[in-house]
Structures are given as structure tokens and as C-alpha cells.
Design a protein around this ligand. Structure first.
Ligand SMILES: *[C@@H]1O[C@H](CO)[C@@H](O)[C@H](O)[C@H]1NC(C)=O
Ligand SMILES: *[C@@H]1O[C@H](CO)[C@@H](O)[C@H](O)[C@H]1NC(C)=O
Ligand SMILES: *[C@@H]1O[C@H](CO)[C@@H](O)[C@H](O)[C@H]1NC(C)=O
Ligand SMILES: CC(=O)N[C@H]1CO[C@H](CO)[C@@H](O)[C@@H]1O
Length: 469
């Protein structure tokens, strides 16, 4: 009856229908291939999803292969994992559904609670005891405290004494950073905010407040957290929950042109720390965008290593942390970003630190046309000085593009050096014996680059312009 009404009018008022009846409609829609109806039921189910009906709806998404709805349920379940474990319907889920839920890094509940629910699930599915072998490996035993391993896991008889002993041994010999932790995931949302319970717990300004560091805007007042250069305590932000993150944004001291070297460590327990970003040898400035392999993090520690201003402090104006869904490349050995677009631009806080031009930063303003005999280029006198561009942070770079001033038929010879600190340079491109004109596409083995120095050695009249990395 309902189906035929749908066939005539193309719509149903779902809200009037109970969940179990809706499932019957879905079964029929599935049988008769009413795809549009299936999809609108799926959309409706999303809109009424809560922790009580999650298991039922997820089960349905599995039965009817409604992939989009299934994914929606999984993400929802991540957020309320601990509550969902306590729902009686959880015990009615088939084994593959349970496995899909608990194997996620983002299904964030205390591991011992997951274990207890799986044990109950096993009791409810006595006839299919064999399937427990599919679920038990998903339990992350090292995340359970030794006390609970002995008082809860052991008496269950589900895990052999050998495995338990190995786990306890592993726990005692390893750092917590070596375990695969669970964490909440809020894609593309900054979770280092006071609203989400984050606080600055170490750093010299007003511990326990840190509102400036964590507010939406980078702060310009005097009250920004700082740490002494070399102080192993650093500036520590405690997040409201353990979160799975892969991106941190820092804004370093912005009020003058100082450069600072720093590193970032992450921890789940404030005891063992893992280094996620090592810029301790690079003199960085302003905005730092840092991506790394996703990991569960509760504490973020920023350590200051150097400061070009005559100050023994490292200042941080702003910090964000999130799980980013953007595609990125980074090198896990050096922890450096591998850019896929031009980073020698104002947008990325690059600056021209040496060279002569009518308009400051003409070299990196992104404009590669419209220059003339007077404007739009940067130059230096042959035999005296050079052109230097500083990026905001180091990148692992393998190509560079520069445009030599080309409004007549002149040519130039030049070389390019790079540096981490603006002091010690090494040459990566040597065109001293070449006659070069106009665009130069330069490729080389990937090298860490923060400062770029271009030196002209010969011209058939004057010097260089427009550097693009
Ligand atoms: C999932 O579907 C199966 C098969 O229809 C059913 O036996 C089971 O009770 C359902 N579980 C839940 C949680 O709805
Ligand atoms: C080198 O350049 C600087 C400034 O650009 C200038 O003051 C100095 O006189 C120059 N030296 C020579 C030898 O031309
Ligand atoms: C300069 O860099 C080179 C190569 O990276 C290194 O071997 C050398 O020790 C550095 N010199 C100084 C003074 O830092
Ligand atoms: C080395 C060289 O050729 N330098 C020339 C660069 O351009 C100026 C201006 O045309 C010449 O005077 C230099 O001789």
C-alpha cells in the first residue's frame, strides 16, 4: 500500500512511520529496485540517527549495502563510541559490523570497555564462538591498564596467559607513543580551542588560561605564551580529549621580523612524547603550516630552540590542531613538508630579505608579467650582494622557477644557494658558465630549503627578477 502510494506520488512522509515499518518499506524498495525511494529513506535515517538507534540503522545500511549511510553511521559511532557500546542492540550486530566499528582508530572509548562489550557479545553469540577470533585481535590490549588486564581480561579466559604476559612485558618496556591509540576525529575543525576544552598547561603566561593562544584570531597583545629557549618544559597545550590529528598551525611572534627555531612533540599521557615536527635547525617566521602522519594526541608541546632577536624567549601567538582531509606530502624522516604549489609567495609569508627593487616583494607577489625597465623586478649589483628570499618554514624542494628580466635580448649567468639559517649556504644550481635568458626551470634532488640566495655573475646588461619555487 505504502509502496504503491510512493509509485504514484513519488514521495512519502517518513516521519509518520515507525523505524521497524520503515525497514519493511526499505526491504520492498530494495526488492522492486526503487532506488530513489531507498536513497530518500537513507537520507531520512541519517536525519533521525541517535545513539539508541545507531546499531539498528548501521545494521540496515549493511544489509542493503547503503554505503553512504554506513559511512555516516561509522563517523557518528566514533563520536559516541562509549555510549554505543552500552546499547543492548550492539549485542545484536553481526560480527562483521562489530569489527568495522571497533577496528577504527577513531572509535574512541576506553579499551577495557570495548573488551567488556566484546566479551558480552561473545556470550550472546554462543553458537558462533569461532567468530570471536575475528574480534579479539581488534582489541588493543596494550591500551588496557595492567590492573584491568589482570582483574578483568584475565578472568574472562578469552586471552591466553601467554598473550597477557607478553602484553604486560611489552607495556613495561615500551613508550606509550609506540602503542596505536584511539582518538576522536573532527575532520577539518580546529580542536585546540577553549570551547572544546583545550587549555595551555605550561608556558610562562597565565598557565591554565591560554585564551590568547587558542582564540580564533592570532593575538596581538603582550600576553602571549612564551617559553625560554632550550627549556624542556616548553609550551604545552592539553586538548579536551584525545584526538586523531595530522595538522598543526603555529603563528610565531609576528610583531617584528625575528626568526625562530622550534620543534613540536605530541603525547597521549604527558609522560612519553613523540617528535612530530623538527624545525630546531631552521629559522622560521610567522605562520607555520605543519602536516604529519595522523596520530592520537592529547598533549602538544612546542619547544623553542633559537631566536634571532636578542631574546632568550620563544613566543607563540597562536596554535591550531586538526585532522585535515586535504591531500599533502611530507617526509617523515625530516618531518618537512613537500609542497605541491609555489611556496615562495606572500601568502605563505615568504619575504625578500636582500636585493634592490622599487616595490618590496615584487619578486614573490605572484605577478610574472607587467614588469618594465623600472618596475616589477628585483636586482643586485654584479660583484656586490645578491638576492635572498626567505620562506616561512623549511620545505623539501626539488624544483624552482625564476624569470630573468627579458625585455631585451640580454642574457645572464648566475648561481643559486640555499640555507637553513641564512648564514651557512650551499650551492644547488650553478649557471655561471651558461648564457641564460628569461624563464629558468631548475630541477634538482630534493633538499631542505628555507633561504634561497641568487647571485648573478655576468650580464649582457643588468640583473634578475621574479623567483618562483
Ligand atoms: C541485524 O540484522 C540481522 C538480520 O536481519 C538481525 O538478525 C539482527 O537482529 C539485526 N541487528 C540489529 C542490531 O538490528
Ligand atoms: C655594495 O652595495 C652596497 C649596498 O647595496 C653599497 O653600499 C656598497 O657601496 C656597494 N659596494 C661596492 C663596492 O659597490
Ligand atoms: C655549513 O653547512 C655544511 C653542510 O651542511 C656543514 O657541513 C657545515 O658544518 C656548516 N658550517 C657551519 C659553520 O655551520
Ligand atoms: C659583467 C657585465 O657584463 N656587466 C655589465 C652588466 O650591465 C651593465 C649595464 O649595461 C654593464 O655596464 C656591465 O658591463
Amino acid at each position: 500500500m505504502m509502496i504503491s502510494r510512493y509509485a504514484y506520488t513519488g514521495q512519502l512522509l517518513f516521519t509518520a512511520i515507525k523505524l521497524d515499518l520503515l525497514l519493511e518499506v526499505l526491504t520492498l524498495a530494495n526488492q522492486y529496485g526503487f532506488n530513489a525511494l531507498q536513497n530518500s529513506i537513507a537520507d531520512y535515517l541519517k536525519s533521525i540517527l541517535d545513539t539508541k538507534n545507531l546499531c539498528t540503522v548501521f545494521n540496515i545500511s549493511q544489509l542493503f549495502s547503503l554505503r553512504d549511510l554506513a559511512e555516516y553511521c561509522l563517523v557518528y559511532a566514533d563520536r559516541y563510541a562509549d555510549e554505543i557500546l552500552k546499547e543492548p542492540t550492539f549485542l545484536l550486530l553481526p560480527v562483521h559490523a562489530v569489527k568495522q566499528l571497533i577496528k577504527r582508530d577513531t572509535f574512541c572509548a576506553p579499551e577495557v570497555n570495548i573488551f567488556e562489550t566484546i566479551r558480552e557479545w561473545g556470550e550472546a553469540h554462543k553458537d558462533t564462538a569461532g567468530v570471536m577470533h575475528q574480534l579479539l585481535p581488534e582489541i588493543r590490549l596494550p591500551l588496557i591498564s595492567q590492573k584491568d588486564l589482570l582483574s578483568i581480561v584475565r578472568p574472562s579466559g578469552l586471552i591466553s596467559s601467554d598473550v597477557l604476559l607478553d602484553t604486560i612485558d611489552f607495556k613495561s618496556k615500551s613508550k606509550s607513543t609506540e602503542f596505536i591509540h584511539r582518538g576522536f576525529q573532527s575532520p577539518d575543525i580546529n580542536i585546540a580551542t577553549s570551547q572544546l576544552g583545550a587549555v595551555v598547561i605550561s608556558g610562562e603566561t597565565a598557565p591554565g588560561q591560554g585564551l590568547n593562544l587558542l582564540s580564533a584570531e592570532s593575538s596581538s597583545n603582550e600576553n602571549i605564551p612564551r617559553t625560554q629557549i632550550g627549556d624542556p618544559e616548553g609550551i604545552v597545550v592539553q586538548l579536551g580529549n584525545p584526538y586523531l590529528i595530522n595538522k598543526i598551525i603555529l603563528i610565531l611572534y609576528e610583531r617584528d621580523n625575528r626568526n625562530m627555531a622550534y620543534s613540536i612533540e605530541a603525547s597521549i599521557d604527558k609522560v612519553d612524547w613523540a617528535k612530530v615536527i623538527d624545525h630546531s635547525k631552521y629559522m622560521c617566521r610567522r605562520r607555520q603550516v605543519l602536516l604529519f602522519k595522523p596520530r592520537a594526541v592529547r598533549y602538544i608541546r612546542v619547544l623553542g630552540h633559537a631566536n634571532t632577536a636578542q631574546s632568550r624567549y620563544f613566543h607563540l601567538s597562536h596554535l591550531e590542531a586538526m585532522y585535515s582531509t586535504e591531500k599533502f606530502q611530507h617526509d617523515s624522516d625530516t618531518t618537512l613538508q613537500i609542497p605541491t604549489c609555489n611556496v615562495a609567495t606572500k601568502t605563505y609569508d615568504a619575504q625578500v630579505v636582500d636585493g634592490v627593487s622599487r616595490i618590496r616583494d615584487a619578486l614573490i607577489n605572484g605577478q610574472t608579467s607587467g614588469y618594465d625597465w623600472d618596475n616589477g623586478y628585483t636586482c643586485h649589483q654584479l660583484g656586490n650582494g645578491s638576492i635572498v628570499v626567505q620562506l616561512n618554514q623549511p620545505y623539501l624542494i626539488s624544483s624552482m622557477r625564476i624569470l630573468l628580466w627579458d625585455l631585451d635580448d640580454r642574457f645572464y649567468s648566475y648561481y643559486i644557494e640555499v640555507s637553513n639559517d641564512g648564514v651557512n649556504y650551499s650551492m644547488i644550481v650553478d649557471r655561471r658558465r651558461y648564457r641564460c635568458r628569461s624563464w629558468q626551470l631548475l630541477q634538482f634532488d630534493p633538499v631542505p630549503i628555507l633561504f634561497i640566495r641568487i647571485t648573478g655573475t655576468h650580464n649582457s646588461s643588468n640583473e634578475v627578477l621574479q623567483g618562483v619555487v
